[in-house]
Design a protein around this ligand. Structure first.
Ligand code: ATP
Ligand code: ZN
Ligand code: ZN
Length: 803
């Protein structure tokens, strides 16, 4: 085949299609669909994905592919097809659909270089410029910018002395190490060793090493082992007795860890009942979606492990998704402990190089199981036997930028292709999934009780308004304080949870109520204690904390809201003898710190674990008998129809950390809205009742799972332009959809301005609209092509964040 269709790395509407390129003779045998190539595009060289090979093109004049970037495809056939599906269902640019499937290391980086034009010598340049160029006549664009010589360069370019080149670079290199191996047969090696002169003592020792271990060894280790120098070894390589080669090594983030091997546990009655349908589906190669609904601590993970065991025995592969936040060492241990080196782990704590290496283990089929966060759903396995999504209700499974995909949908799509089962597991399933299970679209499996029939922990809800009325102004209710003290005496552990999401620490004037807002975006600035600054989380604007109120000059301007640091200080005052471990973004920033803190807690080096969302999930420690939630309602007041659902799920998850083993657990939930049903029902841990209540509300207000949603957001720096455009879009949508669709807008977005751009939206609620995708595509086409107007239109199908 002579011609390759290539999707180029230029995410615009005009370039969102395949371009044909001629494959030069020398690459004809090499280039295949799914490989990355470097192609000329306009004046630049850029990266692209080959999606198809063909014999003919409609175009006569084709440019040639410059070179392949891969020696084997990075995307297999199935993933190429999955890319098409992503474009269709999420309305993203084609290039994004492919890039999202690859580790960041394989995303191209471009370097701009200024070079002497062919046939031009350095001396043609004016002398002040010459010094900036390398001997071979090159200059890095970054250096040109730094030295402020761009206009000089432009003049020379106009004269034809210089040209600008774009060089595509890979972000990460494979890690290579030098290895030494014998180059002659063992007998010859022995002979040569005898023949060496007596003063070549070191060389003798090196050869002797290979006589004893006739195999390749890393140079570094060899030198250390025989106490020789690299030059001694080099000399033997020079004599062709030994050979040197570069071998690739993987960067293994778990290199220095040993995992205690575990064996399958005998399943409980409930577990046995739940696993049978899964094993059946595996045996018959059936695609089926299971919703494994099991209370916290009911043994869902053991079911995952034993299902995977079956898959491996069938010679197939498994993907396990867990939310980033619960990709704790404990979770990783459970999979590595059961399947050892057959497990690859992908999470954001790894460096780009480590992620790349884990990805390649998958691609080379050196592992059978991948445990990872959202993007691991694209693991390049080719014989998938099962896909498991733990904590399936977690909103982090939805990507909030292009492609705006939900990992659950991708999982089901891939599982259909491989005709294999999907398990969605949760103690608090999303309303969407539970509704589907009720309608028998998903197969419901239940684990209604905890291991060893331990009861769920007893939950008490404390009304913080009442505390205030009775004169307690501390952030700890009297009850929580008493119980913390009690646990200290009993030498049991407590977990204190502070809900940070939707909770900003803002600065307010106590005299006039002035709140510091971002001048570019209509939201309050967040107080950062570390550098005593106020920061906007949307545009990055920073400002100092004012000493007096800019409105009324009062000195009583101070910051509100509670951070973990403040809670820690407070705890130190009231329980000075307590040993506290704090886990939040500040204390877990460094690599491995997350793991270390948890291990310390597990080893009993602290009495109280204080943290944010990152401690809500996955923890399974026997000595935790008390969980305290400091403020249950901070999330309830977000402009989000899922606010109640999220609150209920989070409270249930945190409560589930207590009393998981022999000791019974207790939970204290502090709140300012104890009468809210999601707080109340989290108190009784009654998912079923919560489900019924929430479904009624969703039905009344036309929200999922009764209706689907699509959100169109328009932004521009002129308010009038945004309103006019959104109005037009709303009218257009109205014309194209049926009367059954509910079309809301134009309305200002919940955050009406970000970075000086006004934002308006149109929200569409619908049940079945065959015309919808086409309509949305037309809108995108229209506005994405017209870049001059400055209007930005983005569309989120099934949005999770409505801001
Ligand atoms: N069949 C079994 N026999 C004995 N112990 C078991 C069995 N299955 C699970 N366990 C243990 O019970 C505890 C709770 O199980 P697991 O963590 O899998 O529950 P889970 O449902 O995943 O909980 P959560 O949703 O709260 O994370 C673990 O310590 C686990 O090792
Ligand atoms: Zn004031
Ligand atoms: Zn801002």
């Amino acid at each position: 085949m002579e011609i390759a269709s290539v999707i180029v790395d230029v995410p615009t509407k005009q370039t969102d299609r395949a371009f044909d390129y001629l494959i030069p003779d020398q690459w004809r045998e090499t280039i295949q669909p799914g490989m990355r190539v470097i192609v000329p595009f306009g004046p630049r060289n850029i990266q692209g994905f080959v999606v198809e090979l063909k014999k003919e093109s409609e175009l006569k004049q084709l440019r040639e592919i410059i070179e392949p970037m891969d020696l084997e495809p990075v995307l297999n056939k199935e993933l190429l097809a999955l890319g098409n599906w992503l474009m269709e269902t999420t309305l993203c640019f084609k290039i994004f659909a492919y890039q999202v499937m690859l580790p960041a290391a394989l995303k191209a980086k471009y370097e701009k270089m200024v070079k002497l034009a062919p046939g031009v010598g350095l001396d043609s340049l004016p002398s002040p410029l010459r010094a900036f160029f390398s001997k071979d006549g090159k200059l890095d664009w970054v250096d040109a910018l730094k030295n402020g010589i761009v206009s000089l360069l432009q003049k020379e370019t106009a004269k034809g002395h210089l040209e600008v080149n774009y060089i595509v670079k890979e972000k990460v290199k494979k890690k290579q190490r030098k290895y030494i191996r014998p180059h002659v047969p063992l007998a010859a090696l022995k002979e040569e060793m005898e023949r060496l002169p007596a003063n070549a003592e070191k060389q003798k020792q090196v050869l002797n090493y290979f006589v004893e271990h006739f195999t390749a060894v890393e140079l570094r280790l060899l030198v250390a082992e025989v106490n020789a120098t690299a030059s001694t070894v080099k000399a033997l390589v020079g004599k062709k007795l030994l050979a040197e080669e570069e071998m690739e090594v993987y960067r293994d983030p778990y290199e220095h860890r040993t995992f205690e091997r575990t064996k399958p546990l005998p399943l409980t009655k409930d577990q046995q009942i739940a696993i049978v349908p899964i094993l059946n589906a595996l045996e018959q190669n059936l695609h089926e979606v299971f919703l494994l609904y099991g209370v916290t601590g009911s043994g869902k993970t053991e079911i995952y492990l034993q299902s995977i065991q079956e898959v491996i025995e069938k010679g197939q592969e498994a993907i396990v998704l867990v939310p980033e936040i619960s990709l704790t060492p404990q979770m990783v241990n459970r999979f590595k402990g059961r399947f050892g080196d057959l497990v690859a782990v992908l999470h954001s704590g790894l460096s780009a190089g480590e992620k790349y290496d884990e990805w390649r283990k998958i691609q080379r089929k050196e592992v059978k199981v991948v445990v990872g966060a959202r993007s691991a759903i694209f693991a390049p396995f080719e014989n998938l036997g099962i896909i498991i999504i733990d904590e399936e209700h977690e909103t982090s499974y939805k990507q909030e930028e292009m492609p705006r995909y939900h990992a659950r949908d991708v999982a089901i799509e891939r599982a259909k292709t491989y005709s294999c089962p999907v398990i969605l597991g949760s103690a608090t399933p999303s309303l969407e999934s539970f509704a589907r299970a009720q309608k028998k679209v998903y197969h419901l499996l239940s684990l209604p009780s905890r291991m060893n029939n331990q009861p769920l922990p007893a939950v008490e809800i404390i009304d913080m308004r009442e505390e205030l009325r009775e004169g307690n102004r501390s952030m700890f209710s009297r009850k929580l304080f008493e119980m913390l003290k009690d646990r200290l005496e009993k030498q049991q552990q407590s977990v204190l949870f502070l809900n940070k999401r939707g909770h900003s620490s803002f600065v307010m004037c106590r005299d006039c109520g002035y709140v510091m807002n971002c001048p570019n975006c209509d939201i309050s600035l967040t107080y950062h204690r570390v550098n005593e600054q106020m920061k906007c989380h949307y545009c990055g604007y920073e400002s100092f904390v004012p000493k007096v109120c800019p409105e009324c000059s009062s000195e009583y301007i101070r910051y509100f809201g509670t951070g973990t640091q403040k809670v820690e200080d407070e705890l130190g005052k009231i329980l000075p003898e307590a040993r506290i471990i704090r886990m939040d973004v500040d204390t877990t920033g460094r690599k491995g710190s997350h793991e270390r803190l948890l291990r310390d807690f597990q080893d009993g080096k602290a009495d109280i674990l204080l943290g944010t969302q990152m401690i809500a999930k996955g923890l399974d420690f026997p000595n935790i008998t008390l969980v305290g939630v400091l403020s249950a309602d901070t999330m309830l007041h977000l402009p989000d129809f899922r606010a109640s659902e999220k609150t209920f799920q989070l409270l249930t998850q945190v409560s589930g950390r207590a009393g998981r083993h022999q000791l019974p657990g207790e939970v204290i939930i502090q709140t300012y809205t104890p009468e809210h049903y999601s707080v109340e029902l989290a108190g009784t841990q009654d998912y079923d009742l919560f489900y019924q209540q929430e479904m009624m509300i969703r039905k009344t207000h036309h929200y999922p799972p009764f209706y689907y949603l699509s959100l169109i957001t328009v932004s521009h720096d002129q308010l009038l332009a945004v309103v006019t455009a959104t109005e037009k879009i709303v009218n257009y949508v109205r014309l194209r959809l049926s009367d059954a669709a509910v079309i809301l807008g134009p309305a200002a977005s919940p955050i009406p301005r970000i970075n000086n751009r006004y934002r308006y939206q149109c929200l569409i609620k619908y049940k079945r609209e065959p015309n919808l995708t086409k309509t949305l595509k037309t809108i995108l086409d229209q506005y994405q092509k017209d870049t001059k107007s400055g209007l930005q239109v983005s569309i989120d199908v099934n949005p999770f964040i409505l801001m």
